[in-house]
Design a binder for this molecule. Structure first.
Ligand SMILES: Nc1nc2c(ncn2[C@@H]2O[C@H](COP(=O)(O)OP(=O)(O)OP(=O)(O)O)[C@@H](O)[C@H]2O)c(=O)[nH]1
Ligand SMILES: [Mg+2]
Length: 452
């Protein structure tokens, strides 16, 4: 992606009443002037004013606004044309723009990449733009907005500042070795380094919340036929999605649906009941059920109180549970049929008693789910900043350099100490894009949609 061309794209999602075509770059104004005409002329004197006019011939009504650099989203000259919604109307406007000279179609994420290159956003903030677009839960959106606002960048920059000061303190001992300068005791430097390391560690610890909120959690509903898996899927979704019947073996294929439970984006998979079956299709379904279980983070294992020995059955499941699954929640279903809910607690496994049919205790199941996801570290949805996988790798690489840095400080090897600190600084700096390779930019921004 070069950053010289003037680019244009539809900036709004299809299906709305209005569409915006955004043009950015040195030629934005003259391109817009060629396709749009109104009583007033787009230019310096009408900057940031919404003007009414027409596009094309005989002319469709469209609003236009000119935002001169650097006061625009990209930091370049930008014109936005607001035209009628609808695929044909917006195509016509975009074509009118793209048939002009000196302008081409924008690549995915190219507007935001320019905003980054022009210093409007740092890299962590630019990534947050992608997170905002992809957010499916309120908590995910809030996290993305905090990151866009600079919450993560601020923390990262504080850490960088601490490391930078430490590095220059080490270096000044090299520059003035014999002079009578007042230097901090090495122990004080080590304490300061430890402070920086703890802030770094906090960010590393936030990666779990970051992954939960960005990627969501995969839940599989498993258990014997007729345990009530499909009934529970429907209850959790609040819609009648899966077939429920009293015939064991109703569900064959796996059925996955996205939802948000307690602010956590989830994919819930309903599966075929687990049993030995001679039926070829059912057996295939059971294989799929087992594959879904292996790919999930949390299993809701449904138990029918009337089964022969459900506890034994659960024990067996737990024994063979694939290692990647964080947790099984045992769900006694159909408590509406059992007097006084006299069902045994199951040691070592979280147990909840519900009725998928009446909805009784579903909230308790969601409580247990929420606790499993956040693993006791409070409500991860509230973390001020939560890093993504790219940030995590950089933070870990930086942290690796800190122990040797402390070691060198305590030995008075100032040169080596500062070298280690500077290596850590480079890694942390990459989070906000202080140093960054073009390939990485392409990789990050190509995941965006066109027009962002
Ligand atoms: N009384 C009562 N019946 C329930 C409850 N949950 C499910 N059932 C009934 O149990 C039967 C089986 O329910 P499903 O949801 O189809 O069970 P499943 O686990 O999906 O079964 P398969 O797809 O065959 O593996 C149906 O007749 C449901 O109406 C419940 O909480 N209480
Ligand atoms: Mg079913």
């Amino acid at each position: 992606m070069n950053t010289v061309d003037t680019i244009a794209a539809v900036a709004t999602a299809p299906g709305g009443a209005i569409n915006i075509v955004r043009i950015s770059g040195d030629h934005a104004l003259d391109v817009a002037q060629k396709v749009w005409r109104g009583k007033k002329t787009l230019g310096k004197s009408t900057a940031r004013m919404m003007l009414y006019g027409l596009i094309g011939d005989p002319g469709e009504p469209a609003l236009a606004v000119y935002m001169p650099n650097p006061h625009s989203y990209t930091g370049e000259d930008v014109v936005e044309l607001q035209c009628h919604g609808g695929a044909a109307a917006v195509r016509r406007t975009l074509e009118a723009v793209l048939t002009q000279r000196n302008v081409r179609m924008a690549e995915p994420g190219e507007f935001t990449m320019r905003a980054f290159i022009n210093g409007k956003l740092d890299l962590a903030q630019a990534e947050a733009v992608g997170d905002v677009i992809n957010a499916s839960s309120e908590a995910t959106l809030d996290l993305a907005l905090r990151q866009l606002d600079g919450a993560l960048s601020q923390t990262v920059n504080d850490i960088r500042e601490q490391l930078l000061l430490l590095a220059s303190d080490c270096e000044s001992r090299l520059d003035f070795p014999d002079e009578e300068l007042e230097f901090d005791d090495a122990n004080i430097l080590i304490d300061r380094l430890e402070n920086a390391r703890q802030s770094l560690q906090k960010l590393i610890d936030s990666a779990h919340a970051g992954a939960v909120l960005r990627q969501g959690v995969r839940i599989t509903l498993a258990g014997k036929p007729n345990a009530g898996k499909s009934s529970l899927l429907n209850a959790l979704l609040g819609v009648d999605r899966a077939i429920v019947s009293s015939i064991p073996g109703t569900t064959r294929d796996t059925l996955a649906e996205n939802a948000v439970l307690r602010n956590i984006p989830v994919e819930i998979t309903d599966t075929a009941g687990l049993r030995d079956s001679d039926d070829e299709i059912e057996a295939l379904g059971i294989q799929r059920a087992k594959a879904a279980i292996r790919q999930s983070q949390i299993v809701f294992y449904l138990l029918d109180a009337s089964a022969d020995d459900p506890v034994q059955e659960l024990r067996e499941f737990e024994r063979n549970r694939p290692g990647n699954i964080q947790q099984t929640i045992a769900v006694w279903n159909k408590i509406d049929l059992v007097k006084n809910h006299l069902l045994p607690e199951i040691a070592d496994v979280k147990t909840v008693k519900i009725s998928a049919r009446t909805g009784e205790n579903l909230e308790l199941l969601l409580d247990a789910f929420e606790r499993s996801v956040w693993q006791g570290d409070g409500n991860g949805a509230d973390t001020p900043a939560a890093v993504n996988a790219r940030h995590l790798a950089l933070l870990q690489a930086a942290e690796v350099m800190l122990a040797p840095a402390a070691e060198e400080i305590s030995c008075g090897n100032w040169e080596l100490a500062s070298a280690n600190l500077r290596l850590a600084l480079v890694e942390v700096g990459k989070i906000v894009g202080e140093t960054v390779e073009p390939d990485l930019l392409d990789e990050i921004f190509s995941r965006f949609c066109i027009g962002k």
